[in-house]
Design a protein around this ligand. Structure first.
Ligand code: SF4
Length: 204
């Protein structure tokens, strides 16, 4: 682990980091997955979106948010005028699929945290959208649930964090859609304030 961490800290750019993380075996999740899902998007994006971990589709393909929840995320992003390849970088707290899509265990989250920290360090976003309990609690270091946290900006250092529900939650609790939409509208307003006052979006 120490050797891995010192290699990680020396990564000077995201491509180098991705190669290092692809070879990570710092927790047992690596034993049961097909791909280490590093994340994707524009390395220069000012918005980073963080979910929990890869699901079955993501593990099979090796890309984040490509299943049903990912398609819904794409629709939300499009309504905000954001494109995956241009405006955002999408990643997860853990990079390997927890078996049966269970929530990652605390020790798995801790093991993967250096990877996430280094990603955020190299990306240097102005805004991070934290989707679901795992992302919000891990990054904001709180025990509060997402229903308490969502919709309220938290600023730490140079980054503004917006916790919201994970899109997968909207399939079994469609009544949460309005809250998610409100949170993304707040992100668009912050994006205009911090990044691009001319940003156009079709619905907000
Ligand atoms: S989940 Fe993270 S810490 Fe665990 S093996 Fe995968 S990349 Fe490494």
């Amino acid at each position: 682990m120490d050797g891995y961490l010192s290699k990680l800290r020396k990564a000077a750019d995201l491509d180098t980091l991705a190669k290092i993380v692809q070879a990570c075996h710092c927790c047992s999740l690596r034993n049961g997955c097909q791909h280490v899902v590093f994340g994707e998007g524009n390395p220069k994006a000012q918005v980073v979106i963080c979910g929990e971990g890869p699901g079955a589709d993501e593990d099979r393909i090796g890309r984040p948010f490509v299943g049903r929840a990912g398609q819904l995320l794409d629709q939300i992003l499009a309504a905000c005028g954001f494109q995956r390849s241009q405006h955002v970088f999408i990643l997860n707290v853990v990079k390997c699929r927890p078996p049966g899509n269970r929530t990652p265990a605390p020790e798995e989250i801790q093991a993967c945290l250096p990877n996430l920290r280094m990603q955020v360090h190299l990306l240097g976003p102005k805004i991070m959208i934290l989707m679901g309990n795992c992302a919000a609690q891990t990054i904001l270091r709180t025990d509060q649930g997402i229903s308490q946290l969502r919709g309220q900006w938290v600023q730490k250092g140079e980054i503004w964090f917006m916790p919201t529900y994970h899109p997968a939650a909207l399939f079994h609790r469609p009544q949460l859609k309005k809250a998610v939409w409100d949170d993304f509208q707040a992100v668009v307003a912050k994006y205009r304030a911090l990044v691009d006052p001319e940003h156009r979006s079709p619905h907000c």
